[in-house]
Each structure stands twice: as structure tokens, then as C-alpha cells.
Design a protein around this ligand. Structure first.
Ligand SMILES: NC(=O)C1=CN([C@@H]2O[C@H](COP(=O)(O)OP(=O)(O)OC[C@H]3O[C@@H](n4cnc5c(N)ncnc54)[C@H](OP(=O)(O)O)[C@@H]3O)[C@@H](O)[C@H]2O)C=CC1
Ligand SMILES: CC(=O)N[C@@H](CCC(=O)OP(=O)(O)O)C(=O)O
Length: 353
């Protein structure tokens, strides 16, 4: 495809971890031209000044945040901006005629009051919350949710790993939705590029800590989708931990079985549920995924253990938070929105070792 036929995209928040990963992935996307990389704080500087790994790969200068200027250069814009920022910026971008894929939490929760209760700031307008489909590709692609949309809300990193790991069993009625416990761990890049004491090297190295216990903003996002899948309100116990590693999320999830289902039954159920979905890989019996096995890729790997003694199943789900949990899934959403193969630009083998 010649450059003139490619879709021109812009990235707001291109100096953050999500934005810079979008750059890495989109540079290899056959149908996309990165027309503008945008920064609120460093406009005018060459992007490679702050990111020397882009030297001689990307010579662009950072643009400022101006909806009309973005529209002059691009058709689609990724907003890899903090929650609260996206909620205010996205309406301006839509008014300028742009199509938006938002990576923040601002458009995921469909009830504005619930959003405000968890995120502690005002929700975007209700019409936009309703308009923006929740882009969890493997759960909704068959409904054609993305095609023709002018805004898609990209799921959160923890919800992606959790929902892909639990939805098929909840939908099949094999686990009691009242019994769900999710023990989640993330690498520190999940907290973004900003510096604070909690992510300081000396605080995190050789350490492992829980945070936001029962207060994490991803709880309502997880409950919203599981309730929809179960057809009944679902609440979850969800505990997040920080791991001394850069990338990766592992969710270890526990649920009570509603019948005598074996590990092999779970493997068959999930393989059927995700048939044709290339980014979900179901592990064979007795094999549980590790974060390194998806590092740098758009895969979500899932494994199971059934405990006949306790009548519970343990589901283990891993993703790379920056790829499947953010930039990779956002590109998957772009592909679906454009009617392209969902894997375009995303056929990445995990980095190993
Ligand atoms: N990191 C991850 O693993 C994941 C992140 N997300 C979500 O994606 C979004 C981006 O996350 P991440 O990249 O990690 O965050 P970072 O903190 O690394 O980057 C955020 C970027 O937003 C830009 N920004 C801040 N304020 C404004 C503003 N007022 N207007 C325009 N741009 C602004 C900043 O750059 P500058 O000042 O140069 O403009 C910065 O580059 C967040 O909403 C996050 O919650 C979702 C899933 C996973
Ligand atoms: C390790 C770490 O701090 N992770 C972040 C994930 C934030 C995120 O992705 O935020 P939204 O999806 O809500 O936009 C956290 O736990 O808050």
C-alpha cells in the first residue's frame, strides 16, 4: 500500500508508555501512516530527543494538542492520555471530525455515577458513554461492534486479562459468579511513565506489594462485563499487586464449580469459545502460563487447574499490559473498525528469554 492510501493516524500522549508502544507497533503496520505524534508538555521537540531508541527511525517533531490541527493531518486519533484528560479532550476531537480510540478508563463505565464513584472525577457526557463500544475484541468481535464507529473505548489492562480468563466459564454457567476472587499482579509500566515514590526503584526492587485493595478503579469495569455475560449482577473480590518487573500482568482467579467439570472440559470449552481468535491461546492440561511467554506480544494465554477436593477451579491468565492491555488491543480495535484483518501489524512473537 502506498503512503497516499494509508490511513493517517495521530497519537495524543505519545510520550507515555502507551503512546510510545503505539509508535513501535504502528511503525510496522502496513495500512497506517503515523501523521502526528502529540505532546502537551514537549511540543516542538523532536520525539527522538526524549526517546533515543527512536533515533533514525522516527524524525518527527512533537505537535501540540489542537483538535483542528490534528484533523488537518489525520483521520484517526489514539488518545493515550490519563483518565480525566481523555474525557474532556475526546469530545473536541470528535467535533473536529476525527475518529477516536481512547486508551483511558473514561468511556468504559456506562453508568456515569458509577464512574465518578470510582474515578473520583466527573464522567463524560452520557450520550458519549453510550456511543463508545467497549472494545474487548475477543468477546465482542462477532457482533461487529467496531465497524463504522467514531469512538471506541479500549479496555483496561487488568480487565482484559480477567475478563478473557473468566467470561467463557461464567457464560457457560460452570462457575458460581458469586464466588469470584481475582488475585492480580502487574509490572510497573502499568502505572505509566510518571514518577512517584511507589514506583521508585528502591521501593519496588526485591519487593512485592498489594495496592488499592477493594478500591481499584477496574472493579466496576470487570463487574459491568461479567454482569452482562452472566445476565445477573456480579461482584468480585479483586486485589492488585505490584511486581518488580517492567511489563506483564498475571491474574490468578478462583471460582467455585457448579458441576463436575474437569481441566480437559475447561480446555475444550475455552478452545471452542475462542475458536478463530488468534490472540487467545489455551494451555494444555498441567501447563500454566507465565508473563514472559507473552512479553512484547498481543497474546493472552490462559491455563486451568481444577481442585476436586475444594470443588474450585483456578484460572491463570497473562498478558503484556502495554500490548494486549493497551496499545496492541487499541490497534486490534483500529483493524476491526476499518474492516481489516484484526491481526494486521500485531503478528508479534513474544520476546524470549
Ligand atoms: N501503561 C499501561 O500498561 C496501561 C495504560 N492504560 C491507560 O492508557 C493511558 C495512557 O497510559 P500511560 O501511557 O501508561 O500513561 P503515561 O503517564 O505514561 O502517559 C500519559 C501521557 O499523557 C500525556 N498527557 C498528560 N496530560 C495531558 C493533557 N492534559 N493533554 C494531552 N496529553 C496529556 C502525557 O504526555 P505529555 O505531557 O508529553 O503530553 C503522557 O505522555 C492512561 O489512561 C492509562 O490509564 C491502559 C491500559 C494499560
Ligand atoms: C501497575 C499500575 O499502577 N497499574 C495501574 C493501571 C492503570 C490503568 O491502566 O488505568 P486505566 O485502565 O484505569 O486507565 C493501576 O493499577 O491503576
Amino acid at each position: 500500500m502506498g503512503n497516499e492510501q494509508k490511513v493517517n493516524v495521530a497519537i495524543v500522549g505519545s510520550t507515555g508508555y502507551g503512546g510510545v508502544e503505539l509508535i513501535r507497533l504502528l511503525l510496522n503496520h502496513p495500512n497506517v501512516n503515523i501523521a502526528s505524534v502529540i505532546s502537551a508538555s514537549s511540543a516542538g521537540a523532536p520525539i527522538a530527543d526524549g526517546f533515543p531508541h527512536l533515533n533514525e527511525i522516527m524524525c518527527d517533531t512533537l505537535d501540540g494538542v489542537n483538535a483542528e490541527e490534528i484533523r488537518r493531518k489525520a483521520d484517526v486519533v489514539f488518545t493515550a492520555t490519563p483518565s480525566g484528560v481523555s474525557g474532556k479532550l475526546v469530545p473536541e476531537l470528535l467535533d473536529a471530525g476525527l475518529t477516536v480510540i481512547d486508551l483511558s478508563g473514561d468511556f468504559r463505565i456506562k453508568d456515569g455515577a458509577v464512574y465518578t464513584a470510582w474515578y473520583k472525577h466527573e464522567a463524560p457526557q452520557a450520550e458519549l458513554l453510550e456511543e463508545a463500544p467497549y472494545g474487548l475484541c475477543e468477546l465482542y468481535a462477532d457482533s461487529g461492534y467496531a465497524q463504522g464507529q467514531r469512538i471506541i473505548s479500549n479496555p483496561g489492562c487488568y480487565p482484559t486479562a480477567t475478563l478473557l480468563g473468566l467470561a467463557p466459564a461464567v457464560k457457560a454457567g460452570w462457575i458460581d459468579p458469586a464466588s469470584l476472587i481475582i488475585d492480580a499482579k502487574s509490572g510497573v509500566s502499568g502505572a505509566g511513565r510518571g514518577v512517584n515514590l511507589g514506583v521508585h526503584y528502591a521501593e519496588l526492587n526485591e519487593n512485592f506489594k498489594a495496592y488499592k485493595v477493594n478500591k481499584h478503579q477496574h472493579i466496576p469495569e470487570i463487574e459491568q462485563t461479567l454482569s452482562e455475560v452472566a445476565g445477573t449482577p456480579v461482584t468480585v473480590t479483586f486485589t492488585t499487586h505490584l511486581m518488580p518487573m517492567t511489563r506483564g500482568i498475571m491474574c490468578t482467579m478462583y471460582a467455585s464449580l457448579t458441576g463436575n467439570y474437569s481441566e480437559q472440559d475447561f480446555i475444550s470449552l475455552y478452545k471452542e469459545h475462542y475458536a478463530g481468535r488468534r490472540f487467545v491461546r489455551i494451555r494444555p492440561q498441567g501447563q500454566w502460563p507465565a508473563t514472559k511467554e507473552v512479553f512484547g506480544s498481543n497474546y493472552c494465554d490462559i491455563g486451568f487447574a481444577v481442585d476436586e477436593r475444594t470443588k474450585r477451579v483456578t484460572v491463570i491468565s497473562v498478558i503484556d499490559n502495554v500490548v494486549k492491555g493497551a496499545a496492541g488491543q487499541a490497534i486490534q480495535n483500529l483493524n476491526l473498525m476499518m474492516g481489516w484483518d484484526e491481526a494486521l501489524g500485531l503478528q508479534l512473537t513474544p520476546v524470549y528469554p
